[in-house]
Design a binder for this molecule. Structure first.
Ligand SMILES: [Zn+2]
Length: 501
């Protein structure tokens, strides 16, 4: 006789997002795995005296979302510290003033995006001096490639900031710092382990609220990996975390013998992350043709020769290489740096501008549909690239048509898969719009594939881990521009309900 299920989710509209698009009513779970999917009647047979039965109220049950590109510690800082993702410059400065009321040694804000503001200008030193003249104040831009600092920061750290990253007018710092200089400030303000746990917990809760059951987490000089492992050990994580260590940890990763796809059910090693170039916002993404609104074609943060060496080494060590590349020249350099015939599923993060045909994209495309918000008419990308080139970003449909594996992630800008799905199905270029099913698959099976996890995650099928999300409305039934407004009514990891409002 078949053992009873631990939990049954019934009275749902179950979309497995697997090969078949058949719709079911119920899912039974035992020991954290899916043991039956079918009609309420079929699944009812697994009901025993101790089986917990969850009535899904006719809501839509999907595989849990896997966000293929996150920085949860950074998201946690926005949730716990000053969140500068505001519609106006004044509101962002108000938040910094509020943060200055506390007694922390630093006044820190995260996630500002001046392209949302009327004047489109980065925060300046004088404005941050108005927040404090005796404590260091740093406002990090959303992409973290750029930050703005007050005079105290330049007095204390001016000598240590790489000069190339310090913007000046008439010899004086404007307050804006970029790339290595911004990274120096990020490290200086890095939280210790206890604080990291607080930040990561806040971000984890936020992820659950958005239906996210797994993340591919990019980490650098952070306490977060240790925190994920201790939380998992203590049974307090409730989220699958696949770790990508920054290339500057490569020696340590090699010495300590970390290889891909190893770890626990919840925390595993993925591979190594590197930056080929910067961002379009900061005009540091490496382009083949100059920017439309400035001289220059962007920067190499890792040059093509070094990318090639790194790729070979990462591949030899049995790790997956995940390379940030946004500009077409950077994407081309990464494609040619990746070893041929590797089964590691090396990936390009962002891949916003392709150097040529989608069919030549011989890697996993780990992309952020939420970035399309900057690609809309009159937006940041049109300013940086000109309208014609801006229309060629994020070629999701071309990549899928060419058979390229596409994984969706958010880069935490914001972490919100349904917002990303809405952006992908309403893409400004008609030809690149995805169907709801395609967009959801990129956030489930696509991301699972990118993490070598398709055998245990990504669909609602017997044998898979019971990672699920329940939506109050069907993304197939609402208007395309209302998908982001759909509420998550339950999130389930390993059969356990980790979120229910
Ligand atoms: Zn990122």
């Amino acid at each position: 006789m078949t053992r009873a299920a631990d939990r049954i989710f019934e009275n749902a509209e179950v979309h497995s997002l697997g090969e078949s698009d058949e719709i079911h009513e119920a899912v039974a779970v035992r020991d954290g795995r899916i043991v039956r999917v079918g009609s309420d009647y079929e699944v009812e047979f697994l009901r025993g005296v101790d089986t917990d039965v969850v009535d899904c109220d006719g809501n839509v049950l999907l595989p849990g979302f896997i966000d293929a590109h996150t920085h949860l510690e950074i998201l946690g800082r926005r949730l716990v510290r000053a969140d500068l993702d505001t519609g106006t410059r004044t509101a962002a400065l108000d938040r910094l003033h509020e943060a200055a009321d506390g007694d922390d040694a630093w006044v820190l804000g995260y996630g500002y995006d001046e392209s949302d503001w009327d004047d489109g200008r980065l925060l300046q030193r004088a404005e941050l001096d108005s927040v404090s003249t005796d404590r260091p104040v740093v406002a990090f831009r959303e992409d973290l490639h750029t930050a703005s600092a007050n005079s105290v920061v330049f007095e204390r750290y001016g000598d240590e900031l790489p000069e190339a990253g310090v913007e000046r007018t008439d010899g004086e710092p404007t307050g804006v710092v970029r790339e290595a200089a911004a990274e120096r400030l990020r490290r200086e303000t890095a939280p210790d382990r206890a604080e990291t746990r607080q930040l990561v917990t806040a971000a984890r809760d936020d992820a659950h609220e958005r239906g996210v059951t797994g993340v591919h987490e990019m980490v650098r000089a952070s306490e977060a990996p240790a925190v994920y492992r201790t939380m998992a050990r203590d049974g307090e994580l409730g989220l699958r975390v696949r770790l990508y260590y920054w290339a500057d940890h490569l020696d340590a990763v090699e010495e300590t013998g970390l290889v891909a796809d190893c770890g626990s059910d919840l925390v595993e090693v993925g591979g190594i992350k590197a930056y080929a170039d910067g961002s379009l916002g900061a005009r540091t993404a490496r382009l083949s043709e100059p920017y439309a609104d400035a001289d220059g074609r962007g920067e190499w943060l890792t040059d093509p020769e070094r990318l090639r060496e790194l790729a070979a080494r990462v591949d030899d060590l049995g790790l997956q290489f995940a390379v940030h590349a946004i500009g077409d020249e950077a994407v081309g350099a990464v494609l040619s740096a990746l070893p041929d015939d590797s089964d590691r599923r090396h990936r390009i993060e962002h891949a916003e501008l392709l150097p040529g045909a989608a069919a030549d994209f011989d890697a996993v495309a780990s992309m952020q549909p939420n970035f399309l918000r900057w690609a809309r008419a009159g937006g940041l990308y049109a300013a940086r690239l000109g309208a014609e080139r801006a229309a060629t970003v994020d070629r999701f449909a071309d990549l899928l048509a060419a058979g390229v594996p596409v994984a969706f992630g958010s880069d935490c800008m914001p972490l919100d898969p349904l917002y990303g799905v809405e952006q992908a199905v309403t893409a400004p270029e008609d030809s690149q719009r995805l169907t709801v099913t395609e967009a959801l698959r990129a956030y489930t099976t696509g991301a699972a594939y990118a993490g070598h996890d398709e055998d245990r995650l990504g669909t609602i099928e017997v044998g898979k881990r019971a990672d699920l999300v329940l939506l109050e409305e069907s993304p197939w039934a609402v208007d395309d521009d209302a998908i982001a407004d759909i509420d998550v009514t339950m999130t389930v990891v390993d059969g356990d309900v980790v979120y229910r409002p």
